[in-house]
Design a protein around this ligand. Sequence first.
Ligand SMILES: CC(C)(COP(=O)(O)OP(=O)(O)OC[C@H]1O[C@@H](n2cnc3c(N)ncnc32)[C@H](O)[C@@H]1OP(=O)(O)O)[C@@H](O)C(=O)NCCC(=O)NCCS
Length: 156
Amino acid sequence: MQYRLYHPADFEQLYAIEEACFDGVLRFDRRYMKQLTERASSVTWTAEWTAEEGSRLAGFVIVEWTRMQRGIVAYIQTIEVDPTFRRRSVARELLRLAEGSARQAHATYIWLHVDETNVAAIALYRGCGYKRHGNHPRYYQNSHGAEIYAKPLGKV
Ligand SMILES: CC(C)(COP(=O)(O)OP(=O)(O)OC[C@H]1O[C@@H](n2cnc3c(N)ncnc32)[C@H](O)[C@@H]1OP(=O)(O)O)[C@@H](O)C(=O)NCCC(=O)NCCS
């Protein structure tokens, strides 16, 4: 698996992963997804699988950061791995790269929302050192609540 920064030519493959991961009201629309990847204070990392037939995107993460009163804070917009490539540590590595980019942007803290029923993602975040900081009831369009997870980022 190769990990590299996203470029706009990846968009169709990236969006195919969004379609494989989320249905209906939970799916970001194409315009919003494109905007997320284009924001100035954000980085999208991709995981790319190369085989004899060619290469294809296996997963991606989008992290962005904002200056707040207490300093720069990073936020994981989404992390998604194509079902074919799951349980191969792809998300763990993408998260590590996203945290590295956030640190380079001088973020001191990283946080995210995760559907309270999303056992896989919660296990991923906990395993990567994120701690629960509360719940946002009915956060998602399907009325599920969101757990809030966060972790402090060390120095670059
Ligand atoms: C959540 C998701 C990104 C995990 O991707 P992945 O590449 O399969 O995860 P990894 O292989 O890096 O797993 C890292 C750890 O997370 C946990 N984990 C991952 N998938 C899990 C599952 N289905 N059940 C339980 N724990 C799981 C495990 O602790 C795993 O470590 P291990 O394999 O050594 O036991 C993937 O399932 C996915 O894309 N889901 C749909 C999109 C989504 O829900 N994204 C999260 C948005 S908040």
